[in-house]
Design a binder for this molecule. Sequence first.
Ligand code: CDP
Ligand code: MG
Length: 764
Amino acid sequence: MKIRGSAAEYLGNKNEQKQGFKLKYVFVWVKVKRLSLFFSCRAKMPSMAQTPNPSANGNLSFNHNNNNNNKPNFFARSRKILEQRKSLPIASVERRLIEEVRKHDILIIVGETGSGKTTQIPQFLFNAGFCRGGKTVGITQPRRVAAVTVAKRVAEECGVELGQKVGYSIRFEDVTSSSTSIKYMTDGLLLREALLDPYLSRYSVIVVDEAHERTVHTDVLLGLLKKVHNVRSKYIRDHTSVGHKRTSDGAILEKENADPCISVLKQCEGRKLPPLKLIIMSASLDARVFSEYFGGARAVHIQGRQFPVDIFYTVNPQTDYLDSAIITIFQIHLEEAPGDILVFLTGQEEIESVEKQIQDNLRQLPEDSRKMSTAPIFSSLPSEQQMRVFAPAPAGFRKVILATNIAETSVTIPGVKYVIDPGVVKARCYDPIKGMESLIVVPTSKAQALQRSGRAGRDGRGKCFRLYPESEFEKLEDSTKPEIKRCNLSNVILQLKALGVDDIFGFDFIEKPSRAAIKRSVEELILLGALTDDCKLSDPVGHQMARLPLDPIYSKALILASQFNCLEEMLIAVAMLSVESIFYEPREKKNEARTAKNCFASPEGDHLTLINVYRASNDLLEKRKSEVGKDKHEKILRKWCKENFISSRSLRHARDIHSQIQQHVEQMGLCISSCGDDTLQFRRCLAAAFFLNAALKQPNKTYRALASGEVVHIHPTSVLFHTKADCIIFNEFVKTSKEYIRNVTIIDGFWLTELAPHYYARQE
Ligand code: CDP
Ligand code: MG
């Protein structure tokens, strides 16, 4: 292997030169051909290095109940964890933080990423007695992976079994019990809980984590929590006006025996209504927006530990950022000092393809340069594989973490010294006029780019390679637009309606979505039959739809399917549509992958094709059921998936989702039956459910989406890519080089007027 180095073009300005910026050189990597990337060092992040406070108290108040046979290892690990906890910036401010929480019902905590907010604050609250009387501290996360991995970590830190004192709950997975005191969950899940328990009575404290992400669920949750907080505070105020004494965490002191109000309050606590403490946590330095929203709430700042990070830009724009990322990974691997690499990619598909390419490239390197391991992390990664990303690489190996923007602030992975940032992210985008929502790859904001580069400076000085020229950075938006301003709101509106919020326009959003978007989504819900013409939740359909943890359009499909006698098929279809691409197509094995896919392909479309895959996996497991053990079955399934170019991760996820939604529909009393070979019945049901996503063939072989009028193309991955069918329905709209539709099935155009006359009759 021969590596050449040459001087890079220096782009720094005079100011920065004065600050001592070094000239960097670039590497021309000759073995794994293609172009090498030219980076120029541009800037560095300021050092905010802090010496950890050695007197910090790593307070552990849980009992050890781990049954660990490997005791020496177990104790060594416990000691290490304790040391890690003590050295976190937050450890030295535990007492002051708790004082602030006691003093202020609503507290905003701003803290740099990795300072220990998510893992430590709930434990501080537990130690301070906020879980007394069977109450729970709830912590919401925008992302499922964060909820799961953090809960696992905290359970380990506390030495308890996951699901007991510390647990998590995400859509389709509940790992909690009646003894759970610290509960991590997604923000969407807490919204669902509010449907059953409007005052969130089991919680003494709710911590809204990663509020700066401003996901649509976080924004709605903030509005809801503000309301719940006011109601609970008013209740307590009204009932304590006669002067009860309360303990610092809000419990009523029992001593004032004879007072009748005590019994009211006791009842109130019996009805689980103690005051609610709210903590809003954010990694963004700007706490103003949250403070103002909560009536001037107190905000505190926790300083993190950040080492300087050298930032490199490419000299020229890159045409293929995946290729550029792979080249950069190898440049770092071959030329830079030890340290793990964190690469930001946009989704599972990209991550899996880059992972594969890294493995292939490694095989071309000399034996002694192959010491590199990969660790993916993205939201639908099965939970037992998620923790792998935190495990150190084998001795002498370099770990390459391939992550979505989940690693920006939600999870902190130790050991990262190099960050590769292609400067893009997959984001939702909604056009309220056309009613079209799509997932598109867009440039990150400056704030995101800064967060990403910061990840390289957690353990020591680091380097961040931005795969775009510096001039591009200047063009980025300062911060990301809140998701509520760029998504379809029908899901949110349905939930708010189910929570009793009648006036959606008047709801106290932290930032109001546009009137047009609200109007469009309300109309959509009326068309789906979830809302009546006067915008009330319809009975029973609207209520049923709100109960299902799915997009309203999928919930409607399940409800309709029970009437069309094809709920068995629709359950499979909805589960398979809920995961990221089932099929994968490696670049170098395209033909083999297509042949494999053809074995499952239905001439009628992708929905039936997905059902065929699912059923084939069922048949396989049925055939081999005599081979005992869950692990054995997993292995059989993995092998079969590999042979058939199916993503075993996605299929497993779909199987889990299937069993969860099946439970929901069974509880709702829907009739699960199969249409057997009568696939026409199933397609009619698809037409009845997804009539808003119908498209008609145009003379030039493109399609026109009927609801939006948009010209669309069937995606090349669809089994109907070469179809000439006149009328189709689709489930996904993706905008890349063209406007594509995915998950497509052939229907008869007349079915639309027959099955959705309220919409298609109106169109004439
Ligand atoms: O929330 P914040 O970004 O302030 O920090 P955190 O998520 O509480 O992380 C604190 C520390 O715990 C970091 O050093 C992480 O690397 C570590 N951690 C870990 O080792 N394993 C996890 N599953 C989660 C956190
Ligand atoms: Mg955090």
